[in-house]
Each structure stands twice: as structure tokens, then as C-alpha cells.
Design a protein around this ligand. Structure first.
Ligand SMILES: [Mn+2]
Length: 313
């Protein structure tokens, strides 16, 4: 990866010791089925980030001053399972260092590893899954670590809330909790969806953001664009409310599939990432210590009990 620091920030804001935020790139695209190229996502995102102005008008803040450490990319790709294991280990190691951990993919299968790490480290985790696709298959094309399975494990072991869904296989209905699913066609008609979704969240929230949740008019560079997605300001309004009302413990952003003739998607991804950091730290001084509320719960096997009992389908 060419970039040495996130957004070209100076050394004083990018050293691990002083950084409250860690960014882990995962340039992985091993299981995508249609358009390839999500492995190029992190580099395009980092390049766009370097060309972004770092003062956020809305929050009147410069969140990079909280420190952003750009971790070495996770490049394991021997198999989807090996990649998920590597993402899980790396993510967990930085959570244990008391950092606010963020991950940029790569295709959505990487989130199986990030979610597993956050679920082991934070109690009563809600996974807020923002996506066009339900991604609830237990396995697909011979692997449980396929992008089509991104939140199956989360559906069994966390409080999963799905937002923006407009494409799914009928079999996903047997797994999906419809009460906690916000379909795009309903969201278009119901202004109350944001409050309703937030009401169903526990305090600790991990956000997995598949960029194809956004409308293809603003995010064309993604592997599987679906019409009828979220627009920019409604997305920000929702995210800001989540960050204000809940403890967001980390997030990942996935499925940027860059196109060299269309740079606005790369820039949107860069801006979205920076907005989410700005919302997280908007009430904190750069001098304040960051205290993660992690609590290693991985020794408890209780949260996987339900997962093990599920039948294959
Ligand atoms: Mn998707």
C-alpha cells in the first residue's frame, strides 16, 4: 500500500501510542460473484482521503487530531476461512490496546471476522447492518465465509438490526428477524424508521456498512449496485443519531469497488468514514483519554449455544 499515514496526516497524529483510532485495511476479494475489484477498495479510499479537507463543518471538529493509526493491511487470502481468522485476530488485538477500531474492506465477508472480534470483546452487542442485501446465508458456494454469509453468525449471536435491505433470497426469511429489519421500500414511506431502529438497539453498537446500501446514483462503484438506496443526508442523519444515543464501539465499511473513471464513489467512502469518526469524537477533546468499554467475554460459550443448534439449510 502506497499511503504511509491515513489522509496524509503528520507523524504526531498517526503513531500507535498516541492514536485513539486504528484503521485496518483488508484488501480482500476472494468470494465476490459479480464485479471483482473490492480488493482495490482500501487503496482508492486512502488515496481519496488524502485529498479531503480535514475540518468537519457540521461538528466543528478536526477528528484526525484524536490520532489515527493506519495498521498494516490484512492480506491473508489462502482461503475465506483463513482471511476471516486473520481479520478476527488483528481486530481483537487492537481492541485490547484500548483503541477505537475501524476496518475498511474488501468485500463483505471480512465482516465475519470483525463482528466476531467485537462480539467477543463487548457485552450485549448490537450489530447494525446497513446494506442492500440481507447476507444471511449460512453457507454459500461451499463456504461459511462467503460475502453472502456476512451477517449469518451475527444473526445467531448478536442483536442484529438490518437497514436498507432490498435484495434477498427467499430462504433468508427463515433466518431473518423481520421485526428488526428495515426494508428500503418501507423506509421510503415511513419517516419513523430511524427512531424505531434505534429503539431496538442495545447500548453497545457495532456498525457494518456495506456501501451498496447507498443509492447507485451516489455510489455507483460497488460490486452489486441495487436501485432504491439510501441518500447522503438521510444516511448521515441516521448515523449521527446512532452515535449520539448509543455507544458505537467500532465500525467497518466494505464493498468499495473502484472505477478509475468514476472517483466520486471513492471520495464518498472517504467522507463517510471521516463523518463517522467525527460523530464518534465530536464531544471529546483531543487531550482527553479514550477509554474503550471492552470486556473480554470470549470465554463465555453461552452466546454461541444458539448458533450451534441451528439446522443446516
Ligand atoms: Mn451488499
Amino acid at each position: 500500500m502506497k499511503t504511509k499515514t491515513y489522509a496524509g496526516i503528520s507523524a504526531e497524529y498517526s503513531k500507535l501510542d498516541q492514536s485513539k483510532i486504528v484503521l485496518i485495511p483488508v484488501p480482500y476479494d476472494g468470494t465476490s460473484t459479480w464485479q471483482k475489484g473490492a480488493d482495490k477498495g482500501p487503496e482508492a479510499f486512502l488515496e481519496a482521503s488524502e485529498n479531503m479537507e480535514l475540518y468537519d463543518i457540521e461538528t466543528d471538529s478536526e477528528v484526525y487530531k484524536q490520532g489515527v493509526f493506519l495498521a498494516e493491511a490484512v492480506t491473508e487470502n489462502a482461503s475465506p476461512e483463513a482471511m476471516v481468522d486473520a481479520v478476527h485476530k488483528t481486530t481483537k488485538s487492537f481492541i485490547k490496546k484500548n483503541k477505537f477500531v475501524t476496518v475498511f474492506g474488501g468485500e463483505h465477508s471480512i465482516s465475519i471476522g470483525t463482528i466476531r472480534a467485537f462480539n467477543e470483546m463487548f457485552e450485549d452487542l448490537t450489530v447494525l447492518h446497513i446494506d442492500a442485501h440481507a447476507d444471511l446465508r449460512k453457507s454459500y458456494e461451499g463456504s461459511k465465509c462467503n460475502h453472502a454469509c456476512a451477517v449469518y453468525e451475527a444473526s445467531q449471536s448478536t442483536n442484529l438490526i438490518q437497514v436498507g435491505i432490498r435484495s434477498m433470497d427467499a430462504i433468508a426469511k427463515t433466518v431473518m428477524n423481520q421485526e428488526q429489519t428495515y426494508f428500503a421500500h418501507d423506509m421510503a414511506e415511513d419517516d419513523n424508521w430511524m427512531d424505531s431502529a434505534i429503539d431496538q438497539m442495545t447500548d453497545n453498537v457495532f456498525i457494518t456498512f456495506d456501501l451498496d446500501a447507498l443509492d447507485p446514483s451516489i455510489m455507483p462503484s460497488t460490486g452489486t449496485p441495487e436501485p432504491g438506496g439510501l441518500l447522503w443526508y438521510e444516511t448521515l442523519e441516521f448515523l449521527k443519531q446512532v452515535f449520539e444515543e448509543k455507544t458505537v464501539v467500532g465500525f467497518d465499511i466494505v464493498e468499495l469497488c473502484p472505477n478509475k473513471n468514476e472517483k466520486s464513489s471513492d471520495f464518498l467512502a472517504a467522507k463517510l468514514y471521516y463523518k463517522m469518526l467525527s460523530y464518534k469524537f465530536m464531544n471529546e477533546d483531543a487531550d482527553d483519554d479514550f477509554e474503550s468499554n471492552f470486556n473480554d467475554t470470549s470465554s463465555s460459550n453461552q452466546k454461541y449455544a444458539k448458533f450451534e443448534l441451528e439446522d443446516d439449510y
